[in-house]
Each structure stands twice: as structure tokens, then as C-alpha cells.
Design a protein around this ligand. Structure first.
Ligand code: GLC
Length: 618
């Protein structure tokens, strides 16, 4: 990778953000100067040419081939920056983390600004909970090498592949162009280099790869225990039950509601006997309450985020007016992490971080005021500059606190918000989707692009969060979701229950079969997680990643690969009992019938409700 800083006026802070790992390898670079340009050439690697007059730069491979072809660079009066680069008919774009739409991002414009979006996630929504400013530019038909551009700017940024036919634009509201160009030449090389820069996921505990059951909320001890018992009685394999916000005493984090959960230790013991782990939700908002020790200590020690003028920022969330820990301050982050001993003492090994964009109900921006100052070890940043890092630094503090307390056991953290590098600390679920067939379909490209953006451990709320799911939708979503890296069924407070047995015996049997399949595949899945920890490659993959030369798969995202060897073609519409499946070159075996099929063609797969078409590479 080559790092390029472009700034207007005074030289900015040259430190990297917490997204980037310290890079230790020194590379010899030679500099050449001509009347027109400066040229920096790394030994055996990329070359960068900078136009002396206009500041535009281009990046070349060692063999002279152009990767990033800079076209234009300018700062507006408001100091926002725009950089454009060339694209052509063969250009395809991927990555960008958690975005709506299909796999390919050409013709789209997206923003990076972590946002709590309860409205339906439709193509008009340009920013969701995660911001991963990695754009992968790939040219089909062998017309050029793939490369990535990572814009390490945790403020508001945009990627525009829509407005111009021959160039795409990268924009930064703070005018802060801190860019890394990641060479290919293959797509896999780009993904691996990005992992080298921002990190690989740690190995999760094996139970976190299992099926997980959630609801907003299982309201009390009896309900939690009855869900657990029913799972076992009905032989639905399941490792985890979630506790949403009602477990807390008036939504105070690190507490139990004394009426709903009068004997948490007893409940935990019974769940453990049945083989369940419990993952409670922990939101960043700390209830403003002079009798609540966490709030009092946070204020006294100066751990909460403050406005520029010095008063604590207070915003409304579930507990009402609340303060927010400043995770850029190492002392505050350590304090927050250590508070999790409360959960560890109850036998808890996993934590669910939510609302960490942060979501704030009563500000116009729906988040923290942009003039809040993050201390950042004496190198302060405004919230406007570092908004997109808030959730990741919360998950980092959580992961590290859990790791300290668990004495060698692997912690599990699930997060809604994140930034580049989030994979080092947490798995990602894709937030408040709905029980729409369209959202089942969209969950595939969303998880695939997250995987191409470093986040291998991801998945949607299976069955959909809000809206009412039909049994047919839950059956089809469970079939697909059983092969997603993160596999959790979750539903909202005002919706009907969504556990696998709610819709009668037929749907229950289908869920049992496919969740059982997940467990039978556990050695394969576990190996893929291990591969992700060592290479950064995703666990579920678009066919494109394994067959980049095949023009049929450039935007194919109603099918996906689990690793290299399993190809799933889920049913994504109601009342559908057959679908076309594209089998890439080579021989494939129908997983259910064993039939051998020649690839490099479309086949028609029969798919009654009991069947999700599935193939094994011969
Ligand atoms: C947010 C989360 C959702 C959770 C709810 C209550 O909407 O995205 O998963 O159930 O808050 O905590």
C-alpha cells in the first residue's frame, strides 16, 4: 500500500487514526523529479507520480500499469475536498462496507456517517451504521489490475460512482484526504493487503459461530428459561440467548432489573446447565442519575465526552438523559472495559454493543453534537472529525476489558456501529432491517461487501427485525442465514414472536434441518474463521472473488460461496419453488441429491420450501 496525504494550507496531523495498524516494514524509495512531476518509486513495488502544478497524483504498478489514475483535485470554500479518478466501461466497484443495493456499486453514491436508520433500508439511504471507506476498483475482462482506495477519514465522506461516466469522486467534508492505495493485482490481493493495513479478525469462541436467538426483549427470567428449554425440547441447535434492554434497571448499563431478573446468577446457572451462553446488550449512554455509581464516577473522573466549552454532553437515549464515555481517552476506555467484570462475574463471555453511532434521540443531527471534543491522549479531535470512530472505540474498550477479565477465554463482542478496523474487536450485525423479502435479498450483497471490506464475521437479523415475518420468510431466511458467518434470529418489541417454532411444524422442521446443517458444517466453518484470522479473506464470498475472470458473476449476489467449496442459491421470493442457478466453471455436486453437474452454465434448480439449492465443488 502507498499512503498519500493531501491537504490545503498548513500541514495537518500526520498521525494515523486507530483504524490503521502500526506498520513496521521500512521500504526503500527513490525520488525522481522532472519539469512536470515528482515520481516516487518503491523498490519492487508501486510508483506514485505527482503533477507539480495541480497536485494530482497517479499510482502505477511496478510493470508500469496504471492503478489509480487521478483526474482532478480541489478544495471548496468550506474546505471540503474532492478527488476524482478515472474509470471506464469495464470498471466495477465493491467494498464500502455495509451499504444498501447490489454487490456492484457503479452508478451509486454513498456517504460515510454512522447513522441509526430505523426507516426501511432502501437504496436512497446512503449511510447506515458502519462506515468503511474502502473502495475496490476492479476491471472485468482482464483489462486491468484491481486496486483499493482506503480513505482514512472518520468524519463525513462520500464515494460517488454515479455523477460522471468516466470518473469517480472521493469527498471529505473536513478536507482531510488521508489515502491508501492498495495494489492488487487480484481482488484477493487487495482484500489481503487491506487486512494487513487494518487488521484481521481474532478467532471467536466456537459457541459464537453457533446459532443465536434474540428478541427485543425476552422480558424476564421465566421467558429466557422457557426459550432455552423449548430450544432443547424441540432439538433446535442453539448456543446463545440474548438479553435486550429490559434486563437492566431502567436501562442503566451494568445493572439488573430487580423485578424482571430477581436471581440472575440462578438463571445463569440453569442456562449453563442447558449449554447456553448469554449475551447482554450494552449501550454507550450512561443514565444521568446522581444515585447511579457509574454516572457519578464517570463525571468525577472526567471520563465522559465534553462540549468544547467544557460541560458534559448529555443526550437522550433509552435511559433518558445520558452521558457518553470518551473512548479516545485511554483511562476512560480502561475504566469502561473493567466495568464488564460485572458481567463476567455472572458467567457472561459475550457483549452486544448497540446504539454506538452514537444514536441520540433529541439532537437535530440524531447523534452527538459535532463540537464535542474527544481528548485522544492530548491530540484532541472534534466529534465532527472522528464521528465514525465512536462505535469502534467502544467495542475496542469492551473487547479489551472482556479479554482482561476472561483470563484467556476468547471474548465475543457484537456491534452495530463501526469503522475500518472494527474486525479486530467485534462481529457486525446489519442493524434494524425488516421482515421484507427485499431485505432478505439485500442481506446477501451487504454481508458480501462487508466481507470484502475486512469484516468477515457479519450477518443480518434473520427473519427481519421490525415488521411481521411470515413462516415462509423465516424458513427461507433461516436457510440462507444458516450459512452466514454470524447467525442470529432477532425481532422487534411490537412484532409477533419469531422463534423457529412459531409458524407450525413444517417451518420448525426446516429451521431444525438447516441450523443442524450449520452445526454439521462446523469444522468447515471453523476452518474458514481460522483462514480469515490468518489471511483476512472473507468467510462468505461473492462468486466474483473465486472466479474474477467470469463476466457472468461481476454483479451476481443472489448466490454466494461459503469458503471456496460450497455454493448456496437461496430462494428470495415468496411462492417460489424453482430458480436458475449459475454454476461457475468446473464440476459441481448437488448437495442434496449428489447429482454431478457441469459448470460454466445456468441450471434450473428445484426448490420446494424444504430445499435451498446448495452445491459442492467437485
Ligand atoms: C436498536 C437495535 C435493536 C435492539 C433495540 C433495542 O433498535 O438495533 O437490535 O433490539 O435497539 O435495544
Amino acid at each position: 500500500a502507498v499512503r498519500i496525504r493531501l491537504f490545503f494550507g498548513v500541514a495537518p496531523d500526520l498521525a494515523t487514526t486507530p483504524a490503521v495498524l502500526p506498520q513496521t516494514k521500512a521500504v526503500a524509495v527513490s525520488l525522481e523529479e522532472t519539469a512536470r512531476e515528482y515520481r516516487a518509486v518503491a523498490a519492487g513495488g508501486v510508483a506514485v507520480a505527482v503533477d507539480r502544478e495541480r497536485g494530482i497524483f497517479s499510482v502505477f504498478r511496478a510493470n508500469g500499469e496504471t492503478l489509480f489514475a487521478g483526474v482532478d483535485l480541489f478544495w471548496d470554500r468550506d474546505r471540503s475536498a474532492t478527488l476524482t479518478a478515472g474509470m471506464d466501461e469495464d470498471s466495477h466497484f465493491y467494498g464500502l462496507g455495509e451499504k444498501t443495493g447490489f454487490l456492484g456499486k457503479k452508478g451509486e453514491r454513498y456517504e460515510m456517517w454512522n447513522s441509526d436508520v430505523y426507516e426501511p433500508h432502501v437504496p436512497d439511504i446512503s449511510a447506515l451504521y458502519q462506515s468503511i471507506p474502502l473502495l475496490i476498483h476492479f476491471r472485468s475482462g482482464g483489462t486491468g489490475a484491481a486496486y483499493g482506495v482506503f480513505l482514512d477519514d472518520p468524519g463525513r465522506t462520500a464515494f460517488d460512482m454515479r455523477t460522471s461516466p468516466d470518473r469517480y469522486a472521493i469527498q471529505s467534508e473536513n478536507g482531510n484526504l488521508d489515502l491508501y492505495v492498495l495494489e492488487g493485482p487480484t481482488l484477493k490481493d487487495v482484500v489481503k493487503r487491506y487486512a494487513g493495513l487494518t487488521g484481521k479478525p481474532p478467532m471467536p469462541p466456537r459457541w459464537a459461530i453457533g446459532y443465536q436467538q434474540s428478541r427485543y426483549s425476552y422480558m424476564n427470567e421465566e421467558e429466557v428459561l422457557s426459550i432455552a428449554r423449548t430450544m432443547r425440547e424441540k432439538r433446535i441447535p442453539c448456543d446463545v440467548i440474548y438479553l435486550d434492554i429490559h434486563y437492566m434497571d431502567e436501562y442503566r448499563v451494568f445493572t439488573w432489573d430487580p423485578e424482571r431478573f430477581p436471581d440472575p446468577k440462578g438463571m445463569m446457572r440453569q442456562l449453563k446447565e442447558m449449554g447456553f451462553r448469554v449475551v447482554p446488550i450494552v449501550d454507550p449512554g450512561v443514565k444521568q442519575d446522581p444515585k447511579y455509581p457509574v454516572y457519578v464516577e464517570g463525571v468525577r473522573e472526567g471520563y465522559f465526552c465534553k462540549k468544547l466549552e467544557g460541560e458534559t454532553f448529555i443526550g437522550n437515549v433509552w435511559p433518558g438523559p445520558s452521558a457518553f464515555t470518551d473512548y479516545t481517552d485511554d483511562r476512560a476506555a480502561k475504566w469502561w472495559g473493567d466495568l464488564h467484570q460485572f458481567y463476567i462475574d455472572h458467567g457472561i463471555e459475550g457483549i452486544w454493543n448497540d446504539m454506538n453511532e452514537p444514536s441520540v434521540f433529541n439532537t437535530a443531527s440524531k447523534t452527538m453534537d459535532v463540537d464535542v471534543v474527544h481528548a485522544n491522549g492530548g491530540n484532541p479531535k472534534t466529534h465532527g472529525e472522528w464521528h465514525n470512530l465512536y462505535g469502534m472505540l467502544m467495542s475496542k474498550a469492551t473487547y479489551e476489558g472482556m479479554a482482561r477479565g476472561l483470563g484467556g477465554e476468547r471474548p465475543f463482542v457484537l456491534t452495530r456501529a463501526g469503522y475500518a478496523g472494527i474486525q479486530r474487536y467485534a462481529a457486525v450485525w446489519t442493524g434494524d432491517n425488516r421482515s421484507y423479502w427485499e431485505h432478505l435479498a439485500m442481506s446477501i450483497p451487504m454481508v458480501l461487501n462487508l466481507g470484502l471490506s475486512g469484516v468477515a464475521f457479519a450477518g443480518p437479523d434473520i427473519g427481519g427485525f421490525s415488521h411481521h415475518a411470515s413462516g415462509e420468510l423465516v424458513a427461507r431466511w433461516t436457510q440462507a442465514g444458516a450459512l452466514f458467518p454470524f447467525c442470529r434470529n432477532h425481532s422487534a418489541i411490537d412484532t409477533p414472536h419469531q422463534e423457529p417454532w412459531v409458524y407450525g411444524e413444517r417451518v420448525e422442521a426446516i429451521c431444525r434441518e438447516y441450523l443442524g446443517l450449520r452445526y454439521r458444517l462446523m469444522p468447515y466453518l471453523y476452518s474458514l474463521f481460522y483462514e480469515a484470522t490468518s489471511t483476512g479473506l472473507p468467510i462468505v464470498r461473492p462468486l466474483l472473488l473465486e472466479y474474477p475472470e467470469d463476466a457472468n458473476v461481476a454483479n451476481l449476489c443472489d448466490q454466494f460461496l461459503l469458503g471456496r467449496d460450497l455454493l448456496a442459491a437461496p430462494i428470495l421470493r415468496p411462492g417460489t419453488t424453482a430458480r436458475s442457478v449459475y454454476l461457475p466453471e468446473g464440476e459441481w455436486l448437488d448437495f442434496w441429491t449428489g447429482e454431478r453437474l457441469e459448470g460454466g452454465r445456468f441450471v434450473l434448480a428445484q426448490a420446494p420450501l424444504e430445499v435451498m439449492p446448495l452445491y459442492v465443488r467437485a
